[in-house]
Design a protein. Structure first.
Length: 340
């Protein structure tokens, strides 16, 4: 399987391709289900979550599926549930306060995720990915009560109550490891960890409040891990020292240059700007081809976007992206055969 081969830097020919948020709002078949069910109903109902997970696989020739779920179910499992408000995103009705840390404990099992994984796994022949948010990112949602542009409350904890903040990160790290291993036991082949708010931290804070906890997760999860965070190119060498299976990168960096900085044993994933998928066909093909040529021959390269696909992306443009990768495979295979 190409994705797993790439995660072991053993892929040959074209790179595998999957798309962050590939099961989601840009697909008309997803929107049809969403008309009848809330986001939380869809994610909590294994049959619906499995159906949504499979939609992009049935439409496109992707090399991996990723389970339809949400990073904040870790928060829910610890007694801090959330709502999903259209146009706003996830909202916690009761944000976490410092005095609440001692009361954090597993309260809600996440069996519905595992059951959805088993349902999907029985219907696909390609690898299935699980995922989680990283401790810092989940902590930020819990403290802010949802998304935040500046993480003001989180940084107040971080700078004024660092010991309390670290205690929270420790609790979340243990919960994430347990959840990811449960996903693996249910059938996922690899997992991605989203440090979505990494770009809000300076390097000294990342070294204190992100990297140690990511390392613990990587060391204790029973399948290959991909670490992804926006704005991480500047410290890729430090991330590589965490020894993940792969590193996902956004569009702000040159992948070939990133490869020159880290071991070929670590896969690199990325990094097409999602906005390219709104461009004319020629532009989409040209931009994809630039990345493909830049990483040609790299056995640990996984093609993806530099962030999640945008909700109003034309579905037909995803076909163009995938066809470009498949066509590049044919060209590359021919050159390899002729030179052997």
């Amino acid at each position: 399987m190409k994705l797993l081969d790439a995660l072991h830097s053993q892929n040959h020919g074209r790179p595998p391709v999957w798309i962050m948020r590939q099961a989601g709002r840009y697909l008309p078949e997803y929107r049809k289900i969403r008309e009848k069910h809330s986001f939380l109903e869809m994610t909590h109902t294994p049959e619906l979550a499995a159906k949504v997970t499979l939609q992009p696989i049935q439409r496109y020739e992707l090399d991996a599926a990723i389970i339809f779920s949400d990073i904040l179910f870790i928060s829910e499992s610890l007694g801090y549930p959330f709502e999903f408000i259209d146009g706003v995103g996830p909202v916690l009705n009761t944000p976490l306060l410092p005095k609440d840390i001692d009361n954090l404990q597993k309260q809600q099992p996440l069996d519905f995720i595992e059951e959805a994984i088993r349902l999907v796994k029985s219907q696909v022949s390609i690898p299935l990915l699980g995922f989680s948010g990283a401790p810092f990112t989940i902590a930020s949602y819990m403290i802010e009560g949802g998304s935040s542009r500046d993480l003001k409350k989180t940084k107040q904890w971080l700078f004024h109550q660092p010991d309390n903040f670290k205690r929270l990160l420790e609790v979340l790290t243990d919960a994430i490891i347990e959840n990811l291993n449960d996903q693996i036991d249910a059938g996922v082949d690899a997992v991605q960890i989203f440090e979505s708010w990494a770009s809000h931290l300076a390097l000294p804070q990342l070294r204190q409040f992100s990297f140690p906890y990511l390392r613990k997760i990587v060391e204790n999860v029973k399948a290959p891990t991909i670490l992804f965070g926006r704005g991480t190119a500047g410290y890729i060498e430090e991330l590589a020292k965490l020894h993940p299976g792969g590193l996902g990168l956004d569009w702000s960096c040159d992948l070939a240059h990133m490869r020159s900085l880290i071991s070929s044993a670590i896969a690199l994933q990325g990094n097409l700007d999602p906005q390219v998928l709104f461009a004319p066909e020629k532009t989409i093909r040209d931009e994809c081809t630039k990345i493909l040529k830049n990483m040609e021959g790299d056995p640990g390269f996984i093609f993806n976007l530099g962030h999640g696909i945008l909700p109003d992306t034309p579905p037909e443009n995803v076909h163009i992206l995938i066809d470009t990768i498949k066509s590049f495979s044919c060209n590359k295979s021919s050159s390899l055969i002729s030179s052997s």
